[in-house]
Design a binder for this molecule. Sequence first.
Ligand code: MTE
Ligand code: MO
Length: 366
Amino acid sequence: MPHSSTDTALAAKTRLRWLDDDAVNGEPPADALDPMLTPAEAFFVRNNGDMPAAADPKGWRLDVTGEVERPLSLSVAELMQSFPVVTITAVLECAGNGRAFLEPPVSGAQWRDGAVGCARWTGVRMRDLLERAGVKPSAVYTGHHSPDRSLTIPDRPALSRGIPIAKALAPETLVAFKMNDAPLPRLHGGPLRVVVPGYPGSAWQKWLDRLDIRDREHDGEKMTGTDYRLPVVPASPGEPFDLASFAVITDMPVKSVITRPASGFRASPDEALTVEGWAWSGATPVSDVRVSADGGATWAPARVAEAGEAFAWRRFSATLRLPPGPVALMAQARDVAGNAQPIDHAPWNPRGYCNNAVHRVAGRVM
Ligand SMILES: Nc1nc2c(c(=O)[nH]1)N[C@H]1C(S)=C(S)[C@@H](COP(=O)(O)O)O[C@H]1N2
Ligand SMILES: [Mo]
């Protein structure tokens, strides 16, 4: 890994492949995503800049500022004691997951399939904080702030994003201090991070120390230009594009990942092969999943576990009998609005976001 750190938290990330990047960025292989709750050693890490030095949760404060009647300043202990504590199981996916498969390629962290995970997030509702502060009618957006800094431009924030006020007030949006029932690790934003189920990972600000309420769409670091924005009309590689036609990504597309068998598997023609994995989406629920072992010529419906929590991923599995030879397994999920994962290519965009093309796992029946 590029970070010759003795940091035990990094060393414990045994399933991550570290990307060639100055910031700490790493993802697991798809088969490491097999458990319902992604274990710490396999949960991807995405940093846009440096990381705050080991933060002492005792000294940490969260300020609520901007378009509110009563600005707040709370310690982590006060936050935990002053509001109802809730736990939500939700998928966290980086908008750049799958970027490595875009054609033609685009620059940026070359995530393959693993910049996604599912965890139990425990914290307080952002809504409760904002009700305590008294949101003014002028409020339209949040601005999230944290102390991590850009690695290239001194003193500039690494990232400062926000969400529409309606999502900030939605019951699933949290300021979290636990992940999978353990104190939120520093690598994942401890002591406090934003949890915005259904939104791209960039909205899930880590090391949150200020929640600023804005009277316009937030214009913090990586909120403008092509950053975490998609063209609302199709874009073509090499052609000029009009920034005015780009909109902030506020929803993640339907997607799935095959976690079993693992890439490079060997199976016997005498035994049925079970193909399993996870399907998830943003605001529009998953409806069904189908699998193919012949490049999409034929498909078999997968069994999909009943919907549990709205933003958790759902298990799918299908049992196939395959003749000897090389196989490429594919899974295609669809949402209740009829949007299906593209078989070959998701719409190209200049920054390579939201590539939800089907996942392929190659192996051999012999
Ligand atoms: N302060 C801060 N928060 C951040 C980031 C960052 O660079 N700095 N990266 C964001 C992005 S782009 C993603 S995908 C998620 C990744 O969360 P994780 O590292 O816990 O997996 O954190 C988000 N929150
Ligand atoms: Mo991200």
